[in-house]
Design a protein around this ligand. Structure first.
Ligand SMILES: [Zn+2]
Length: 471
């Protein structure tokens, strides 16, 4: 006789999602999570453009908002066989059809962080508790579309509703930061939106348009076309950003090698970079020297230096040629920091003014390199799990890998690093729930007291990111 499998009819309530299943530990986790569930959000690194808030226009439609503009989502649909142009409203796709495609593929996204965030966003921002399915796709699309027209769903109103205390953008060094200026002068907006200088395209000779960018920067600042003039121009742009509220410089590298060149050698490589005649070995040396120069500048002007290392960008050449960067095919590669950063840390690692925050998508370095480095150098902070690792299990693995060596206070605090504005609260909430779960286990195992866990969970959303980013 066939016996029916009895499925519990009361699944984990939304309030207890991601918390431990064992009741006693869950109670502790729930207690800790409740302490910070509604705490303001500090977002010291991300990619939401300031003009979104400066212009404060209504979001156009659900498909652009949740699918077309989010390469975390489009990459998974693409992997399921959907063409990227069929997901891109900018390439002429019909928003309702894009939304139906998303609903039709809900099963292939299930279990991913993106699916979890989407469910949370629909519930907490739009009050839609139903799982998205083909048979309710049109109704959900219409409901969201109607809400997006309401004043409460404009970017500034949502910024306030989300409780964002600080939001950092990521900006081109020659950006005049007019949108930031407009926000800081606005009498109807009191949020703190700070620029971040991202110099990659100006310091990596292999970047497209490096020469044009370097020359534009030199002429914008009136500096001579020498290596010293080039450094002066970079320093001037940093000063410009600092005047407008910047607290950090962010650089993306495949390999975080650092090196110190002599002045004549740096000059020689710079001139070769301008004429695009660098050998591969010289290219690596120039990049390594520039990373060390960025640290030297941070010691002088105080900007926090964040390094995002170990991603092979634009892996699919045909996709890059057709759709450009940030379209879902950046793939992690192995990375190491210990030997690579030694020249930089020998020069500046003990400087009180240097804050160096290291992010990677290579989990193997968390316990082997990042925790030991941050467990000695006061300048080094362990960046929160980044990109593919910004997910519940990965966050727990990261905590497990680093805490026994570096504790909780040598970290950056949670970083959402997102372009998807509406996902900011959902992402911070995942971090708060997983941190509460992790701390609850430490309390249950007698490793820390409940009182200490209460202090740590509060500091993780405020004191710790403020300290790392000098906020
Ligand atoms: Zn970023």
């Amino acid at each position: 006789m066939l016996t029916m499998c009895r499925v519990p009819m009361s699944p984990t309530p939304r309030d207890n999602r991601l918390l431990p299943q064992e009741p006693a530990t869950r109670d502790v986790a729930r207690h800790l999570y409740d302490q910070v569930a509604g705490a303001p959000i500090i977002s010291p690194h991300g990619h939401v453009p300031a003009r979104l808030l400066a212009e404060d226009q209504p979001f156009s439609d659900p498909a652009t908002l949740f699918v077309s503009s989010d390469h975390y989502v489009t990459r998974q649909l693409h992997a399921s066989g959907v063409r990227l142009d069929a997901l891109s409203v900018a390439h002429g796709a019909d928003p309702r059809e894009v939304w139906r495609t998303l609903a039709g593929h809900a099963h292939s996204l299930a279990g991913t962080a993106s699916a979890f965030w989407l469910r949370d966003e629909l519930a907490s921002v739009f009050g839609i508790d139903d799982e998205l399915r083909p048979d309710n796709a049109d109704g959900v699309f219409d409901r969201i579309s109607a809400l997006l027209l309401q004043p409460d769903y404009r970017p500034r109103a949502l910024f306030k509703r989300f409780g964002i205390r600080v939001l950092a953008t990521t900006d081109d060094p020659l950006d005049q930061l007019d949108a930031h200026q407009a926000l800081s002068e606005s009498v109807t907006f009191d949020g703190r939106v700070v620029p971040t200088l991202r110099p990659d395209a100006y310091i990596d000779p292999a970047a497209a348009n490096f020469r044009v960018n370097a020359e534009r920067m030199l002429s914008a600042t009136g500096a001579p076309a020498t290596f010293a003039g080039y450094l002066t121009a970079l320093k001037e742009r940093r000063a410009y950003f600092i005047e407008r509220g910047a607290v950090s410089v962010d650089v993306g590298v495949t390999d975080p090698a650092t090196a110190e060149l002599t002045t004549p050698e740096a000059e020689r490589l710079f001139q070769r970079a301008l004429t695009q005649t660098l050998s591969d070995a010289d290219l690596r040396m120039f990049r390594a020297h520039m990373l060390l120069q960025l640290a030297a500048m941070s010691v002088d002007d105080g900007l926090v230096l964040t390094i995002h290392a170990g991603v092979y960008r634009n892996h699919s050449t045909p996709t890059f040629e057709r759709f450009g960067p940030d379209t879902g095919h950046d793939i992690p590669v192995p990375v190491s920091f210990t030997r690579e950063l030694k020249p930089l840390l020998d020069r500046f690692g003990l400087e009180p003014n240097l804050h160096l925050i290291l992010f990677t998508v290579d989990e193997t370095v968390f316990s082997r390199e990042l925790a030991p480095l941050a467990g000695f150098y006061p300048s080094v902070y362990i960046g929160a799990p980044w990109w593919f690792l910004d997910a519940p299990d990965a966050i727990l693995r990261w905590r497990s890998a680093i805490t026994e060596t570096a504790g909780f206070y040598r970290t950056s605090g949670f970083i959402d690093d997102t372009r998807a504005f509406l996902s900011i609260p959902a992402r911070h909430d995942v971090s708060r729930r997983t941190d509460a779960s992790f701390l609850a286990r430490y309390v249950a195992e007698g490793r820390i007291t409940l009182a200490m866990a209460e202090r740590i969970i509060a500091d993780l959303v405020d004191v710790i990111p403020r300290a790392a980013f000098k906020l």
